[in-house]
Design a protein around this ligand. Structure first.
Ligand code: PLP
Length: 382
């Protein structure tokens, strides 16, 4: 089986499991306990926080471990907006993950916030000038993702953050898909808050991280024993935090070799598909694109049929974002790019890890051509 659905989730890396195992077995203590085992767990948690802080170039105290990307996004958006609501105005883009869009909708419905959604170009880019127009001095927060999970477009985060800084609006970025591949130094990105998720990096599901700059006030979502400096109560997932920090350091340390290799695989796959599948369309931006993701529309098919046909041939991928899977609605991201509903129903996404080989991609590329021909031959359209 060739697994090309890493944007949905990735396997836990062996080195990550090795780092986590002691915290789940011999050193299973509660970091709040006042005995040796508790102290061992507290030291492991502190080392994980320090390790992640080194990668992000921030202070350990600026990091909060969470249960994943969804919780980190919720904490960033609700936490910052509710702590300092200003004029109850929030700004985002049309192609954010539901973990951002639904959280903003909650703030609208229950806390009276007004949401401005900045449009994107047909390739999924936010224009910093459009963002600047949407901001007001009373905007409480702006959230724009680093890299899109469906089409892989990478935003000009620094330019967007600068526009926010110019009017003193805090800027959050959802870096869940970028975490394994793109630079994460928060000072260079210019962000005030940044979300990561462990299971996209080679750590387990249920681990996540939120960076919030310095003394930015954050209202906690989960109240209790005051762990994570009061920002996120509940006994810490020590092994998860260690796993996330280990995976993050490994992925970021390997970028120098992993990014060029994945980029070559991506460009091969795109070229092969566009050359051999009549009518195939690549979505997202050709220049600003994640190295490990390529998504296409195959007019005259349905994405679901192509996905099933590919699975029969041993290739696992996605027909859109996993969160929207099972719904017949075309992807909101693709519609926001201006793709018509019928074409959007034909979308298929391929995404992989640094462990994916050239051979895997070459085999998968041939299967894509055959699968689309087969689906079209059977007339299994949307
Ligand atoms: N943000 C983006 C861009 C994602 O792709 C995902 C997951 O697919 C999430 C947030 C949610 O992360 P988690 O699954 O860790 O809750």
């Amino acid at each position: 089986m060739i697994y090309l659905d890493a944007a949905a989730t990735a396997p836990v890396r062996q080195d990550v499991l090795t780092a986590m195992w002691p915290l789940l077995s011999s050193d299973f203590g509660n970091p709040s306990s006042h005995h040796g085992m508790g102290e061992t767990a507290a030291r492991a948690l502190s080392a994980a926080r320090q390790g992640a802080a080194t990668v992000l170039g921030c202070r350990p105290s600026e990091l909060t471990f969470t249960s994943g990307g969804t919780e980190a996004n919720n904490l960033a958006l609700k936490g910052i907006a509710l702590a300092t609501p200003r004029d109850r105005h929030l700004v985002t883009s049309a192609i954010e993950h539901p973990a951002v869009l639904e959280t903003l909708d909650y703030l609208r419905r229950f806390h009276g916030f007004r949401i401005t959604v900045v449009p994107v170009s047909p390739t999924g880019l936010v224009n910093p000038d459009d963002l600047a127009e949407a901001l007001t001095p009373g905007t409480a927060l702006c959230s724009i993702m680093y890299a899109n999970n469906e089409v892989g477009t990478v935003q000009p985060v620094r330019a967007l953050a600068d526009r926010c800084a110019a009017v003193s609006v805090p800027f959050h970025t959802d870096a869940v898909q970028a975490g394994g591949w793109l630079p994460l130094t928060v000072a260079e990105l210019g962000v005030d808050a940044l979300t990561l998720s462990g299971h996209k990096l080679g750590a387990p599901k249920g681990s996540g991280l939120l960076y919030v700059r310095g003394r930015t006030p954050v209202e906690p979502l989960i109240h209790g024993g005051g762990q994570e400096r009061g920002r996120r109560s509940g006994t810490e997932n020590v092994a998860g935090a260690v796993g996330l920090a280990t995976a993050l350091a490994l992925a970021q340390g390997e970028r120098g070799t992993a990014v060029p290799a994945a980029t070559a695989q991506r460009d091969f796959l795109i070229r092969h598909v566009l050359d051999t599948v009549p009518g195939a369309v690549i979505t997202g931006d050709s220049g600003q694109r994640l190295p490990n993701l390529a998504s296409f529309c195959f007019p005259g098919t349905s994405g679901e049929s192509v996905l099933l046909e590919l699975e029969r041939r041993g290739v696992v991928c996605s027909s859109g974002s996993a969160c929207a899977a099972g719904s017949d609605e075309p992807s909101a991201v693709l519609l926001a790019l201006g793709i018509d509903r019928e074409t959007a129903q034909t979308a298929v996404r391929f995404s992989w890890t640094a462990a994916t080989t050239e051979r895997d991609i070459a085999l998968a590329a041939r299967s894509v051509t055959a699968a689309v021909v087969s689906v079209r031959g059977l007339g299994r359209t949307a």
